[in-house]
Design a protein around this ligand. Structure first.
Ligand code: DC
Length: 223
């Protein structure tokens, strides 16, 4: 099985590019952020403090998370049988996800889930620690990033398209906070794997980023 790991900070375009890449190659696309978001939604709904392991860890027991792909090929997430694919995209879930994902027990709980997918499929998997922890032997590792301002602009557009209201300054602040949390947690922090290729999309539009990504992948694996 082949695997392509794409890591990077929030809003760098990982999911859009990873999804397109997977489609182009005929691989399965796995958005691991969505899995953390599903845990976060559970924590939110239980009114638990996402930063408090003593409140979060007991919720993992009996947590029923499932993932499948709709007829459109889009990954859908289920929490106790309920399709939460839209609910996990809400703005407040992002902050919760960043906090619960700093808890080591949450990460180890989800590790197997992610690795199993890679054992049975050719995949493009995106997240924060795919190249460093989840799939250290991935065939290609990409670290996708962009300046915080560029990422905030893209996030704003995305939220607006979904009909959510938010200001640029608040989004930028939020992105910087999430970067800090994701980069400074003690377990599996966001960092570029030593053998990952850096792709900075600050000055690139979507089509240019995709061209570059495909080039980097094709350079490394014969398709
Ligand atoms: O990519 P995203 O914004 O949907 O991810 C939501 C949060 O989940 C993010 O702040 C960090 C966490 N996450 C993680 O810790 N490890 C991953 N592999 C993917 C996401």
């Amino acid at each position: 099985m082949r695997s392509i790991a794409i890591d990077g900070p929030a809003g760098a375009g990982k999911s859009t590019l990873a999804r397109k890449l997977a489609k182009e190659l005929g691989y399965l696309y796995v958005d691991t952020g969505a899995i953390y978001r599903t845990v976060a939604l559970k924590v939110l709904r239980e009114n638990a403090d996402p930063s408090d392991p003593a409140q979060v860890i007991p919720l993992l027991e009996g947590l029923e998370i499932r993932m499948d792909y709709g007829s459109d090929g889009v990954q859908r997430m289920y929490l106790a049988g309920e399709d939460v694919s839209e609910a996990i995209r809400e703005h407040r879930v992002s902050g919760f996800a960043s906090r619960v994902s700093a808890i080591p027990e949450v990460r180890s709980f989800l590790l197997d889930f992610q690795r199993r997918l890679a054992r049975s499929h050719n995949i493009v998997m995106d997240g924060r620690d795919i190249g460093t922890v989840v799939l250290p032997d991935a065939d290609v590792k990409i670290f996708l990033t962009a300046a915080p301002e560029a990422r905030a602009r893209r996030r704003l557009l995305e939220l607006e398209q979904r009909g959510e209201q938010a200001g640029f300054a608040a989004i930028l602040q939020d992105i910087k906070e999430r970067d800090y949390q994701d980069e400074h947690r003690s377990v599996a922090p966001l960092q570029q794997a030593a053998d990952a290729v850096l792709l900075d999309t600050t000055e690139l539009n979507l089509a240019q980023s995709m061209d570059r990504l495909l080039y980097l992948v094709k350079e490394r694996i014969s398709l």
